[in-house]
Design a protein around this ligand. Sequence first.
Ligand code: ZN
Length: 220
Amino acid sequence: MPPVELEPLDARDDLVGVPAHPLSQQILRTDVAGMPLEWIDYKEAARLYHTEQVAYTCGSALYRLYGGTSARTGRRTVVEVNSIIATVGVTGNPGNLRGSAYVPPLNNQTLFRRDAHLCLYCGARFPYGLLSRDHVTPFSRGGKDTWSNVVTACRRCNNAKASRTPEQAGMQLIAVPFTPTYAEYIYLKGRRVLADQMEYLIAHFPRSSPLHERMQRFPM
Ligand SMILES: [Zn+2]
């Protein structure tokens, strides 16, 4: 196979019926059973199309990419990339039940998104830079750095609480911390998640997912 040289098509010229999305728009990759796996960029998507690893697609057409000229047909190959693509092969999907062995890595970006950028003590919403990770049970009292022991807090509340439990500090959590399932974690990791991708991921959240309510009350 010749090296694939891809370039975006000018949206105004030729993308009839295909809404124009920037190439930075991420694509949701699932396994062949439709379980969400990861976000990929257009290059990885093109590679999967070209190596015939795409089993089927969902969602909507994002953009078209031109590849090299096919030796067989003499035509330039064109790949229309969808917002959701299901790929073949064994992937070892980490499962999607709360309490399954899978624990997503903890970082502030996904933690703050889990809590809808709200301080879980005062309930106010803050920009990323003004938020912090609070350990509900502090380290000094045996608390761990785990999803179920951390919440998003503004710096003021975090300082006020200091190394005390919420009870000792007389502060009350407005929501309960939880460990995201795999699909929830994929959602939290997404940048500019499209409506169809969001709908798809939500369908894979547990029915009892706290995110259902959080997303409705605090749209991101
Ligand atoms: Zn606060």
